[in-house]
Design a protein around this ligand. Sequence first.
Ligand SMILES: [Fe+2]
Ligand SMILES: [Fe+2]
Length: 225
Amino acid sequence: MVIKENSLGTLTIGEIAATLPGATAVFRKFKLDFCCGGDAMLVDAVRKRGLDIGLVEKTLAALDPSTSAPAPEATGALIDHILSRYHETHRRELPELVRLARKVEAVHAGHPEAPRGLADTLEAIQVELEEHRQKEETELFPLMRQEHDSGAELPIAQMRLDHDRHGELLRRLDTLAHGFALPGDACRSWEALYVGTDKLIDDVMEHIHLENNVLFPRFEHREAA
Ligand SMILES: [Fe+2]
Ligand SMILES: [Fe+2]
């Protein structure tokens, strides 16, 4: 995709995220929601956050597309990529983050900046993501691999609702961890917890973006046609 400054405002955030490698990192930096809020036009989302559209467009236009690997093109390969890069990674990383959060909350219970409630929210995400992955892995993805022309619309709508709920929980993580600002006397475990949780948010947002903005539209547009 060739990007020119001043040409992005009328595209949606999801369209830009799906076609411009590296754009998702820019959206994260400006705290623009590219996964669940991908339907919003860039200019509207920027205005809502009180940002400068010129600065956001300039940052996007300055991206070097050759430095980010694009997601696989073919549907089967894209699903394989989602499973190995995201589903398995979250399965592996979340139990350790819950354990770390419980430890930090217990050891620093009297600290004014302790992330109270973070362990419970991480555990809620762990449970919800597992239920959601099961639905994708056993129902929706097998249907998509067969390239069926119909039948995917309802499960996709349900997955999009689940993603919205995941987005709410991710925002709660950010709030409970005070934007991941570590106090000066934070221990190694606290630091590891914030680094790991911040990375988890990045990963889950990229994951939702790949499904909402790249994979799902292939089947929704087909049915609409
Ligand atoms: Fe998924
Ligand atoms: Fe999903």
